[in-house]
Design a protein around this ligand. Sequence first.
Ligand code: SF4
Ligand code: SF4
Length: 357
Amino acid sequence: MKSQVYFIPADRKESPESLSEKARRAYLAIGLNEKLGENDFLALKIHFGEKHNTGYLKPLWLKGLIGEVEKKTPRAFLTDSNTLYIGHRSNSVDHIRLAWSHGFTPDVVDVPVIIADGLIGRDVQDLKGSHARIKSARIGSAFLNSDALLCLTHVTGHVQIGIGAAIKNMGMGCASRAGKLDQHSVVHPHVSPKQCHNCGICPDYCPEDAIVQAEGHVLIDDKKCVGCGECLVVCKFGAIKMRWDDDSQRLQEKLAEYALTVQSHFKGKVGFINFLIQITKDCDCMARAQRPIVGDIGILASSDPVAVDKAPVDLVIARSAGKDVFRAGYERDWSVQLSYGSKIGLGTMEYRLVELG
Ligand code: SF4
Ligand code: SF4
């Protein structure tokens, strides 16, 4: 059976009020609002954009849909989890300050910003999965303590997985630091002896006592390390390195399994809005402004994360005269996350595009 994907053409040259109204209508079309209970906690999952990035979703575009949500529940909040890499989103204080600097303040959006995995990424719960790659998904607590989830996603290209859209926003974005490490790497972090100052800080943070001080530097005991990723962010000298998994297929499969585990948790109270506006080669983790790779297309909404990610690919390729601009970016086969997602029951690539008048 085909999934419905609602579509409204939109362009960033329009006023924020116009884009907000379109996002509101797209949101109402998917029916999640009717499922919200009085006082439900609704997690509005978003990427606030790295410092100096300009492609992130603008807070004014969200005012209309947040207004609708607030008629149902006063307990919606904007949220993301802390990052694995050291930037301006690796702890809650920096992360919230960055969100503020991008305009996500109560006077604009009227909802609080809560970082889902806590001050330093330790507020995590494990969700059992029973998939081929993921047996247990490590998710930021605020997501799992919520009653409903709405993923608000800026669709972009991506250096490792070809496209970053709803599946990535839910699968990677809801994961705690440990969950992100779980997806991005197949081995534990290691220490660069040359960069280590032997300051002794990271052993104090390691929950497993896996870091020991040796002559001139520390070492990680692979047998004890559980891959929580905390040492990566506490080292001020960048001496602890993760080993990125360069296998895009494996990463996309893990991503889809994480997304399915999160989606299943909400038992149907989940929705997805994809913004095809300022579509760039790289995701909003890039700390710089980027030129779009295609003209603006519009806003898509669905309750199916696979369908709502397949439709942008089709629309973008059609707009690019048949050229696959996502694949052209880094020669990554983006289709794995969609086909694998379909296979495991995350959604379907078969969709019916319904243009909202
Ligand atoms: S990843 Fe976690 S468990 Fe492993 S060494 Fe670092 S802090 Fe310790
Ligand atoms: S925090 Fe960094 S510099 Fe300090 S001991 Fe650990 S790895 Fe070495």
